[in-house]
Design a binder for this molecule. Structure first.
Ligand code: PMP
Length: 371
């Protein structure tokens, strides 16, 4: 008999692992699989991190996070969403992953249903299951990867606890418009459904980006520094929501993460010195380049934001069989089935040098043409 807790059997890392197993033997692949920026942490933030270490700011911080950083983030949120969160309504977390973990642990009871638009960020499905909940998938393929409010409403039951929203989305790049968010809010308000809004890519928006918090009062916003500041390894994010939920998350944080990394929190105080536009512009250009190179051959989801393209595998291929062929041709992409209950698409990440993007696009188009 296994000595492992039964809940470990509820989650499975095999999808993405299979892809990386296939990739292990690739020499110098054209790697369009990595979901992180290719720029380093901006110098202003690095300097602040060095200074924090040298100044001995290496100890625990309060569970909720540094007061200075919380004040700064509350002001940022007010500017971005109009929401004036109180001190007790913001918690600094170890990345958005940390925020998701705490939120779901604090909110999901056994048998609770969590509506997850499909395709989804992989962690959602597994965390919901790990905490005893049931992911209920909201198919978005027929809605141009947006959310059809009627379909959403049809999935709501007395066990529905929340909707897990992600805009700009990983893997599709889709941004939900204000009108779409308002329609979602109307359904959720009617049924008392909480929305967790994962806005980790909010800075990477090539069209208007509206926060769910702006249109729906019962929203828990998760945002973070990993992607915008190229600091995925530094583990910083934050959550804004009702005092009740943030308080419960803080209680769980006290007995788990304790606090987000102290040096990272001090370093993030320098974030306002960083001008993000050149970084974002660079990805907008790469997106345009890839849409230009691939758009004639592949059906591509609305590339509104983040740094991914979501494309349909050509006739005769599943997502997986197309990815296998791409890998055999030295291009690493991820099959849609890793992010979805369907296996019809694949995901590319365009945070790589232009020459690699061009070479990768050429290979993908050649395979699609039967070459
Ligand atoms: N949400 C989404 C949609 C993501 O794509 C990621 C990272 N890939 C995360 C959350 C987690 O980010 P982090 O924990 O680094 O903040």
């Amino acid at each position: 008999m296994s000595r492992l807790a039964a809940r470990t059997q509820l989650i499975d890392a095999s999808g993405i692992r299979k892809v990386f197993d296939l990739a292990r033997h690739m020499k110098d692949p054209i790697n369009l699989s990595i979901g992180q920026p290719d720029f380093d942490v901006p110098p202003e933030i690095k300097r602040a991190a060095h200074a924090a270490i040298d100044a001995g700011r290496n100890t625990y911080t309060p569970t909720q996070g540094l007061a200075e950083l919380r004040d700064m983030l509350r002001a940022d949120e007010k500017a971005f969403t109009g929401r004036d969160w109180k001190e007790s309504e913001l918690l600094i977390t170890s990345g958005v992953s940390g925020g998701l973990f705490l939120a779901l642990l604090a909110l999901v009871d056994d048998g609770d249903e969590v509506i997850v638009p499909d395709p989804y960020f992989v962690m959602y499905k597994h965390l919901v299951r790990l905490f005893g909940g049931k992911p209920v998938y909201l198919d978005t393929y027929g809605a141009n990867f947006g959310i059809d409010p009627e379909r959403l409403e049809s999935l709501i039951t007395p066990r529905t606890k929340m909707l897990l929203l992600n805009s700009p989305a990983n893997p599709t790049g889709r941004i939900l418009s204000r009108a779409e968010l308002e329609a979602v809010a109307a359904v959720c308000r009617k049924h008392g459904v909480l929305v967790i809004s994962d806005e980790i890519y909010r800075q990477f928006a090539y069209t208007e980006m509206v926060s769910m918090a702006e249109v729906y009062e019962d929203t828990l916003v998760l945002a973070g520094h990993s992607k915008a500041y190229g600091m995925t390894g530094w583990r910083l994010g934050y959550a804004c929501g009702s005092e009740e939920i943030i308080g419960a998350m803080a209680k769980v944080q006290q007995y788990s993460f304790v606090c987000a990394p102290s040096v990272t929190q001090w370093a993030a105080l320098a974030a306002p010195e960083v001008v993000l536009e050149p970084y974002i512009d660079q990805y907008r250009e790469k997106r345009d380049l890839m849409v230009g190179l691939l758009g004639g051959t592949f059906e591509i989801g609305p590339p509104d934001g983040a740094f991914y393209l979501w494309a349909k595998a050509p006739e005769g291929f599943t997502g997986t069989s197309f990815v296998e062929k791409a890998i055999a041709n030295n291009v690493l992409i991820i099959p849609g089935g890793v992010f979805s209950e369907k296996d019809t698409h694949f995901r590319m990440c365009y945070t790589v040098p232009e020459a690699k993007l061009r070479a990768g696009a050429e290979v993908l188009c050649r395979i699609a043409a039967g070459g």
